[in-house]
Design a protein around this ligand. Structure first.
Ligand code: PEP
Length: 253
């Protein structure tokens, strides 16, 4: 079985002014200095990226963005292009977060176009999938997540998949304090891995990093991260406090 290195990412969402972001980044960088058993990424708001880059440069903490345009440049008022992200030192981007899907109406094909652009431009992607409470209660979680994975990865070759991490984030667990049980989360991760095996190969499916996201906290991280198919976490709320984010990182066995 492939050994997969854990990957912990912090999605700061629409929080932190530049000074606050710099302070938080400093605390994380300092606390994570000796961490070698996992990949770490933080995704501050766009406005703080340049300053946070100065803090993470040369450290083991990568700089991420929370979204990007599916277009390269041009007349797209209010959008941020991949070149702009690269320009400020971003090396990974979160695509298809449920808040983008639900609040801003992003659909699978639109998300797919962003993933294809990111890969073309050699940018790492955290590709988010997850079912709503209604879909879970209707017994459709596996089906919904499988479709999101298949549609989001259309046109992505086996070679290109090395740029992609998948984050399973049940919508009902995001920011709600409700976490999927370790077993429920692992079951969906297993379905995602089986889907990747069908789409690509067993070898590749075994290599793929699949994060869990949804109210991950220091208290539940250890158990979630020790599940067979859970290879890391995409953390929202708890990534806004260095102490909590570092405790999640340190909970990896
Ligand atoms: C997220 O936004 O990706 C997330 C998982 O948020 P939270 O940890 O706050 O549930």
């Amino acid at each position: 079985m492939a050994v997969r290195k854990k990957y912990i990412a912090g999605n700061w969402k629409m929080n932190k002014l530049t000074d606050e972001a710099v302070s938080l980044a400093k605390e994380i960088v300092e606390g994570a200095q000796k961490v070698t058993n996992c990949k770490i990424m933080i995704a501050p708001p766009y406005t703080a990226l340049s300053e946070v880059k100065k803090i993470v440069k040369g450290t083991n903490v990568l700089l991420g963005a929370q979204n990007m345009s599916n277009e390269k440049s041009g007349a797209h008022t209010g959008e941020i292009s991949i070149d702009m992200l690269k320009d400020v030192g971003v090396s990974a981007v979160i695509i298809g977060h449920s808040e983008r899907r639900i609040i801003y109406g992003e659909k699978d094909d639109f998300i797919n176009s962003k993933i294809l652009l990111a890969i073309k431009e050699k940018m790492d992607v955290i590709f988010c999938v997850g079912e709503t409470l209604k879909e879970r209660e209707a017994g459709k979680a596996f089906e919904i997540v499988t479709n999101q994975v298949v549609n989001g990865l259309k046109g992505v070759t086996e070679k290109d998949l090395s740029f992609v991490t998948i984050a399973y984030e049940p919508v009902w667990a995001i920011g709600t304090g409700k976490t999927a049980t370790d077993k429920d989360a692992d079951d969906v991760h297993k379905v995602i891995r089986e889907t990747l095996e069908k789409l690509y190969s067993k070898e590749l499916a075994q290599k793929m990093i699949i994060q869990y996201g949804g109210s991950v906290k220091p208290e539940n991280a250890g158990a979630l991260l020790s599940m067979e198919n859970i290879d890391g976490a995409l953390v929202g709320g708890a990534s806004l406090k260095a102490e909590q984010f570092l405790a999640i990182i340190n909970s990896i066995k």
